[in-house]
Design a protein around this ligand. Structure first.
Ligand SMILES: [Zn+2]
Length: 190
């Protein structure tokens, strides 16, 4: 499975010090690396792998700047989703972001397919993080509601934990599996 790590630079020290935990509670130790890849908007990445000393499962430690199995930074993908929610078509989005239009269409289709699950997941987080959150008004489409839910959850996170960039928060709250196949369910809300 995937563990989204907040401080990529510090991951080695935390891992070596045995301070990173598996979802089962066991201690994670270093276990090589995943294949190196280039993530547009981020650079070369060679994600760390870790193995649990308890249950024996291996995990990929993913930077919160990207998503599992996507070659573009979450900030770029997020900009595309936001534009689509605002009524911009995929060709124009692709042109604006300098990304192939088939890639953008792929993101939008995947997101549209899972929009209801995305909306529910992020609203769950929003209400868990901000107990005073008022009713959330519909934005006009399931797609826009899902994008809105991500923004509301990120804002609730910032209110609770202090200022930080929105899209890495969204990546983290999704467990890195936003736009992934349904075989990678969202992690539970803690
Ligand atoms: Zn474990």
């Amino acid at each position: 499975m995937v563990i989204v790590f907040a401080d990529v630079a510090g991951v080695e020290a935390v891992l070596a010090g045995g301070r990173l935990r598996c979802p089962c509670g066991g201690q994670l130790g270093p276990w090589g690396h995943a294949r190196e890849r280039v993530v547009r908007g981020v650079g070369r990445m060679r994600p760390r792998r870790a193995k649990c000393r308890g249950c024996g499962r291996t995990h990929v430690l993913l930077s919160r700047l990207c998503l599992l199995r996507r070659r573009d930074a979450i900030a770029v993908i997020g900009a595309a989703l936001t534009a689509k929610a605002g009524g911009v078509g995929h060709r124009q989005i692709a042109e604006r972001l300098g990304v192939p239009k088939d890639t953008v269409r792929g993101w939008l289709r995947r997101f549209a397919r899972d929009a209801e699950a995305v909306r529910a997941h992020f609203l769950g987080w929003a209400f868990a993080l901000d107990r005073e959150l008022g009713p959330v008004l519909p934005a006009g489409s399931v797609f826009a509601d899902a994008v809105g839910a991500m923004a509301i959850a990120a804002r609730a996170f910032v209110l609770r934990f202090g200022p930080r960039e929105v899209w890495p928060v969204v990546a983290w709250l999704s467990g890195g599996v936003l736009l992934c196949h349904t075989s990678c369910p969202f992690p539970p809300i803690r």
